[in-house]
Design a protein around this ligand. Structure first.
Ligand code: FAD
Ligand code: NAD
Length: 447
């Protein structure tokens, strides 16, 4: 038997969704794989991202539902217990790294613990030892941006929020993105006095602004103090907490969340030394086969310089694409389907495909149909009937996009993905029989 030139066929740097989802089928196809991880196996999403966040959000959603049904079948409101919610979160995510690691090892994937640094186009060093592979896949993800202001040591990031066992009385959240709004929703529902500092006039700039305004109004109704056009300049320690100094005045707080975005993990991993091109803010540059400027090195997930969202499903899609490429199942460039996104607030905002803004800018190409959800019978039964859906159709009548603000927006958008992705003939949409009564049936009724 011919001797192997390299220890592995493919060696992954990082063990998040961008790596492990693709590695599993690749190992099943007979490839010899290694995976290097400096932290918990499974990366951000299971350990300090989506899974942890949605666990903390669960009682928020249930409490909203209970509050809505007051006097309509339910009597007696409920209260969110911060500590018990934190403990439940830790319980539901605690087993994930071990389970993912065991799944990888059961397929023969060798897990290497430590910080990896590229040495050459086929080699990564970990703890002074070199590991070689025919192909390297960089899947190092992203880290939190930190405001560079005096007192920055008093700021906390999203991981700290997910690890916060005790409820602060007053919380300041700097930022207007996904993390700022999702965590503001959780904290405010638990009764924390939240101040949300938006850098500009608007929040969630990639979402339809009238929907975002509804969400901000809901946060205000929950008691969140929203400040706009804020530039924080310093944080100082006070006898009873901290003070954030800004161009709009000072705000006293017990705990401050810096939610000013995430940056790709490109520094200190040997990219310059090996000649892999990247931008410190945008990520690693790849061609349409996810190949970097060094042909034996590929990249996937949040570390990529990419147009599509830095989301778990896009990381998974990229990892699976590389598996198809490496096994020869495809030679085609990567071609993303319509990528849905949701902000898990209350109400939620979700969208997919052509956005209302794009459709409004091109009335010659698109028509928009608006549905006011206030009279939807099923949602009336849930008393969750606040919201709107905007469906975007091309001039042939095909559904090409949808956006919704409502407590069920994530489920509504999820239900139309096949129609958009498979370009289902408007007539043939009626061939799908939905369950009734469900959000899916209500959503289809509006098309
Ligand atoms: C708070 C939060 C909530 C989120 N919620 C959602 C959501 O609801 N829905 C959604 O779709 N997305 C969500 N995301 C985004 C999602 O988590 C990421 O898009 C996804 O985890 C990216 O996967 P990845 O494999 O590219 O990177 P990661 O999961 O970050 O994995 C990269 C791994 O590489 C390791 N690593 C880095 N450098 C090295 C090195 N030199 N050597 C060894 N190992 C290294 C890291 O330790 C890490 O484990 C959320 C993110 C955050 C932070
Ligand atoms: N539901 C989801 O799918 C979900 C949830 C959480 C995170 N994520 C992913 O994680 C990534 C990170 O989320 P995020 O919310 O940290 O980032 P983001 O890019 O969504 O938001 C960053 C926010 O910080 C603000 N900001 C930037 N610089 C600032 C400054 N100097 N001063 C004040 N404000 C400033 C921006 O205006 C913006 O509102 C997202 O891109 C997303 O892909 C997704």
């Amino acid at each position: 038997m011919a001797e192997r030139k390299y220890q592995y066929d493919v060696l992954y740097l990082g063990s998040g969704h961008g790596a492990f989802n693709g590695a599993m089928p690749l190992a099943q196809a007979g490839f010899k794989l290694g995976m290097i991880e400096v932290d918990k196996i499974g990366g951000t999403c299971p350990n300090r991202g989506c899974n942890a966040k949605i666990s903390l959000d669960m009682p928020v959603k249930v409490k909203d539902a209970v509050d809505q049904m007051q006097g309509a079948g339910l009597t007696g409101t409920t209260k969110l217990d911060w500590k018990a919610n934190y403990e439940h979160e830790k319980k539901v995510i605690g087993a994930l790294p071990k389970a993912i690691g065991a799944g990888l090892e059961s397929l023969g994937i060798e897990l290497i613990h430590g910080k990896g640094t590229l040495v050459d186009e086929h080699t990564i060093a970990v703890n002074g030892q070199n590991y070689t592979a025919d192909k390297l896949v960089i899947a190092t993800g992203a880290h939190y941006h930190q405001l560079d202001i005096p007192g920055q040591e008093y700021l906390h990031n999203g991981t700290d929020f997910l690890d916060l066992a005790d409820q602060p009385n007053r919380m300041t959240i700097i930022g207007g993105g996904y993390i700022a709004l999702e965590f503001a929703t959780i904290a405010a529902t638990a009764g924390t006095e939240v101040t949300l500092m938006l850098h500009h006039e608007h929040a969630l700039k990639q979402f339809y602004q009238p929907f975002v305004e509804e969400l901000l109004a809901d946060l205000e109704a929950k008691g969140v103090h929203i400040m706009k056009n804020v530039t924080p300049s310093a944080v100082t320690k006070q006898a009873d907490g901290y003070q954030v100094e800004t161009n709009q005045g000072n705000v006293a707080s017990d705990w401050i969340l810096d939610a000013t975005g995430r940056l790709p993990n490109v520094e200190g991993i040997g990219l310059d030394e090996v000649g892999v091109e990247y931008d410190a803010h945008k990520g690693i540059a790849v061609n349409d086969h996810l190949q970097t400027s060094v042909p034996s090195i590929y990249a996937t997930g949040d570390v990529l310089d990419k147009e599509v969202g830095r989301l778990t499903p896009t990381a998974i899609y990229e990892g699976m694409y590389l598996t198809k490429l490496f096994t020869g199942a495809t030679t085609e460039p990567i071609n993303y389907p319509a990528v849905p996104s949701a902000v898990f607030t209350s109400p939620r905002i979700a969208q997919v495909g052509v956005t209302p803004d794009q459709a409004q800018a091109h009335p010659d190409q698109y028509d928009i149909k608006e549905a006011d959800l206030s009279q939807d019978w099923f949602r009336l039964a849930m008393r969750a009937n606040q919201g709107k859906t905007l469906s975007v159709f091309d001039k042939q009548g095909y559904l090409v996009g949808m956006a919704e603000v409502s407590s069920e927006a994530d489920n509504a958008i999820g239900s139309v993905l096949p129609f958009i992705e498979y370009h289902i003939d408007p007539e043939k949409m009626n061939n799908f029989i939905t369950l009734f009564p469900t959000i899916e049936s209500e959503t289809k009724h509006h098309l």
